[in-house]
Design a protein around this ligand. Structure first.
Ligand SMILES: Nc1ncnc2c1ncn2[C@@H]1O[C@H](COP(=O)(O)OP(=O)(O)OP(=O)(O)O)[C@@H](O)[C@H]1O
Ligand SMILES: [Mg+2]
Length: 390
């Protein structure tokens, strides 16, 4: 965004320049003026898209000039910075159509949040309201990492959604390796350590990009850093992630800790992954009991049976009865395709598109996205529509 910066404060100028340059699209300070009067006297031939105005030491006389400035650049968005909240100034600014006001010293997070709103209002980006889908293994090795990573990829590739996968394994997270050969340069714990910088651009810069619309945030790899991660960090990460992605897929791992619990609290749907075997059913029951005691509504939890083979002694209905929950999807056992994909770090949909496991993942994409369409329909459709969703 071409930006006019009006301030006498060179430090503030440098701070806005640095924060703005890190954004996508970048806030480029294409012109600077010393004060409001200076800005009016030396008008720009090329009108700015954004005016950042430091109104800290604006005199009452100068405040009257606000309206003139907004008339000069009627197409621009305005961001006002003030050291003290001055009622009078705020009212004048609002009359001049300037909505965004931030208090100094500058909070970087507040700056980026205001910029997000400005970009949305200017039609440069649109805020998404992404859904959070959590995959959790009922028993080690059930396939939650394989399914979450490959489902994330399929959602991006087939449904053209912007997808983020977050690996929440406390230690030894390996989600990136399932779909990529790139080594992550940043991890979840690095983001937590710099949570003040968190915004859409920062989050994006920390990902392993598997496709242009599918990124993976790697798990914390240093056990010493894991201790620095706080549940409230998860709140911030998911809030920003929802704004910038259509779907946020979580690979929760087996260990529920304070951080992953906070993520589960916010999940729109939780998919416990299990195989049709007694040990899995036992562990699945314990997991669902925990969810019940946490007060999660039953419809939020939807079982996925992995490595399913028809004709076994145990039937799906036995499992549903034992767990008191419905199986929403089954993924067939496909040892060769799954192993090839995991060993090469290439999504199964890319490697063996016509395999049964790839087809099953496509069906899951259809189920999940059909539900989104159903949710966005009107009340009439919701009452009379037939789509039950996932
Ligand atoms: N549908 C499937 N058919 C055949 N093999 C599968 C299938 N799904 C997963 N696997 C295999 O199972 C193995 C374990 O899967 P995965 O690592 O995803 O389990 P997990 O639940 O994440 O385990 P952990 O508890 O260790 O995190 C993988 O190596 C994968 O190849
Ligand atoms: Mg795993």
């Amino acid at each position: 965004m071409k930006t006019l910066m009006i301030t006498r404060d060179s430090l503030l100028h440098a701070e806005i320049a640095a924060q703005g340059a890190a954004r996508m699209p970048a806030v480029q300070l294409t012109a600077s003026r010393n004060g409001l009067r200076d800005a009016l006297e030396r008008q720009l031939a090329d009108a700015p898209e954004l005016v950042v105005l430091d109104a800290s030491d604006l005199s009452a006389e100068e405040a009257e000039l606000l309206e003139r400035l907004s008339k000069h650049y009627p197409g621009a968005s305005y961001l006002l910075l003030t050291r003290e909240p001055q009622q009078d100034l705020l009212i004048r600014a609002m009359r001049a159509g300037m909505r965004e006001v931030l208090q100094l010293p500058l909070s970087h997070r507040a700056f980026h949040e205001a910029m997000d709103r400005i970009e949305v209002a200017a039609g440069l980006t649109h805020m998404r309201s992404g859904k959070v889908l959590a995959f959790i293994s009922c028993k080690g090795g059930s396939g939650a990492t394989f399914l979450s990573t490959n489902f994330g990829y399929a959602l991006a590739a087939l449904a053209d959604k912007k997808v983020l996968l977050i690996d929440l394994h406390g230690q030894f997270g390996d989600a990136t390796l399932y779909v990529s050969d790139q080594k992550p340069t940043m991890t979840l714990s690095d983001i937590c350590a710099q949570i003040g910088r968190m915004d859409g651009a920062f989050l994006d810069s920390c990902l392993v990009h598997v496709a242009s619309n599918f990124g993976v945030l790697a798990a914390a790899d240093d056990p010493n850093q894991v201790g620095g991660m706080k549940p409230e960090h998860m709140d911030t990460i998911l809030r920003i992630a929802r704004q910038h992605y259509d779907f946020v897929v979580l690979d929760v791992g087996r260990q529920i800790d304070a951080v992953s619990l906070r993520a589960l609290d916010q999940a729109d749907t939780i998919y416990p992954v299990l195989q049709l075997a007694l040990p899995d059913i036992r562990d699945g029951r314990r997991l669902l009991d925990i969810f019940r005691s946490l007060g999660y509504p039953p419809e939020r939890t939807r079982l996925i049976v992995n490595r399913y083979e028809k004709g076994g002694k145990l039937r799906l209905t036995d499992l549903e009865q034992a767990l008191g929950a419905d199986v929403v999807h089954t993924v067939p056992n496909d040892y060769l395709s799954a192993t090839d994909s995991v060993n090469q770090g290439i999504p199964v949909l890319q490697l063996s598109r016509s395999s049964v496991v790839a087809r099953s993942l496509s069906e899951l994409v259809e189920l999940v996205t059909a539900r989104r369409v159903a949710e966005s329909k009107g009340l009439f459709d919701r009452i009379f529509g037939r789509n039950e969703g996932v």
